[in-house]
Design a binder for this molecule. Structure first.
Ligand code: NAD
Length: 370
């Protein structure tokens, strides 16, 4: 008998995890029964009928929980709902940072996969939700800052005089940072970027930006390409250097993160106070505590004439683009999972799995709760 996948509407997000195009592939190609919650595509003006034409059946939320073997949602499903035992949940749960939110799944002996845990390897690229969303967030951060900044991005040479180009500083040159650099360069800004990883330097320079370096970074080969926390001495040197670059920047976009940790503090209050009024800071690490001392998650504040936006979810500002990428990411994962399910210790499935029928499987959770 064909397995049933239920797709839940995410009520606090403008993005949609699966669009009719990929739902059609789930029903026709992978032969799943698909149930979807009524209004799933409302935020994008995608109608229930379009999902029905793709072979899915509209259902009430309770009925989806009752009948599905696998439930897909962007965020957590509400904890008041009765969950059928041994249901499989797939979403984007930021589980290393919010690791106490899984009691309900455990109680119902669920299996849980979080796509943000997938290893960042070539094999996982088509399912890499972090890269898709970070790339859009980096782009969006530049566009948003350009609307707020009280100057111009490119150099303007006019009969009435010359306007100097905006100086944009990017902190953290990972996926979001590199996309922000490329976008700001396209708009004509002068761009500087900083990252602790030396290997980011080449990518930064190839996009036409200047790479700011602090000597003395310690790499860790076991960090899967991610950054690791640094010594106090390094952090002190780094803050001083960054302070000098922030002072002269018109726009700062910060994206620095360390998985499962509080985001590194890179922008001190004194640096914000040294910026010109009318400047803009966008802190994409706000959800994990923020790179800026003053930023508040999901809020826009003003300090000494500098606008500070704390938002780690800027891809939700462009939900059609974000949902197209997410839908492909979720579909690719489901297709891969269907094929690889019976292979023992598949690197992508075991890497993204938090628990199996109520038993912790991810090392972070085993170490912390077992
Ligand atoms: P991330 O969101 O974890 O962090 C963003 C950036 O912040 C990273 O470049 C990190 O080095 C940097 N950072 C951390 N602490 C910092 C500090 N104190 N000061 C300045 N910068 C700091 O990173 P990400 O964008 O998700 O990328 C993580 C890694 O994964 C990168 O090496 C990236 O190239 C790699 N990656 C590989 C693939 C693949 O398919 N092979 C896909 C995506 C990303």
């Amino acid at each position: 008998q064909a397995k049933t996948i239920g797709i839940l509407k995410t009520h606090n997000d403008t993005r949609v995890c699966l669009l009719p195009k990929e739902v059609k592939r789930l029903t026709a190609e992978l032969k799943y029964n698909v149930l979807f919650e009524s209004g799933l595509g409302d935020s994008l003006q995608v109608k229930d009928e379009e999902y029905e034409q793709a072979g899915a059946t509209c259902a009430k939320r309770e009925s989806i929980f009752e009948k599905s073997d696998t439930i897909i949602s962007i965020n957590h499903t509400s904890s008041e709902v009765e969950i059928k035992k041994n249901t499989c949940f797939i979403g984007i749960f930021n589980p290393l940072f919010y690791d106490t939110k899984f009691d309900n799944y455990k109680n119902y002996q669920a299996t849980v996969y979080s796509l943000d845990l997938l290893p960042r390897t070539t094999l996982a690229q088509s399912m890499d939700v972090l890269s898709s969303m970070a790339s859009l967030a980096g782009y969006r951060a530049v566009i948003k800052s350009s609307e707020i900044y009280n100057g111009v991005f490119p150099m303007f040479t006019t009969a009435a005089g010359t306007l100097t180009p905006a100086k944009v500083l990017i902190l953290g040159a990972g996926v979001a940072g590199l996309q922000a650099i490329a976008t700001a360069r396209r708009l004509g800004a002068v761009v500087e970027a900083f990252d602790v990883r030396k290997s980011a330097g080449e990518e930064v320079r190839s996009l036409g930006a200047t790479f700011i370096e602090v000597e003395g970074y310690t790499e860790s080969s076991s960090a899967g390409g991610y950054a690791v926390e640094q010594s106090e001495e390094y952090q002190k040197k780094q803050k001083e250097l960054i302070h000098n670059h922030i002072r002269t920047a018109n726009i700062v976009i910060s994206t620095a993160n360390i998985p499962g940790r509080k985001a590194p503090l890179l922008i001190e209050t004194r640096s914000v106070e040294a910026m010109m009024p009318g400047s803009v800071i966008i802190d994409l690490a706000a959800e994990q505590g923020g790179n800026c001392e003053l930023s508040r998650n999901q809020e826009t504040i003003e300090h000494n004439g500098v606008t500070i936006i704390g938002n780690s979810n800027l891809s939700a500002d462009i939900p059609t683009a974000a949902s197209k990428l997410l839908s492909n990411n979720f579909f690719s994962f489901l297709k891969y999972k269907q094929k690889a399910e019976n292979s023992v210790d598949d690197p992508l499935l075991s890497g993204s799995k938090i628990m199996d029928n109520g038993e912790w499987t991810h090392p972070h959770f085993i170490n912390k709760f077992q």
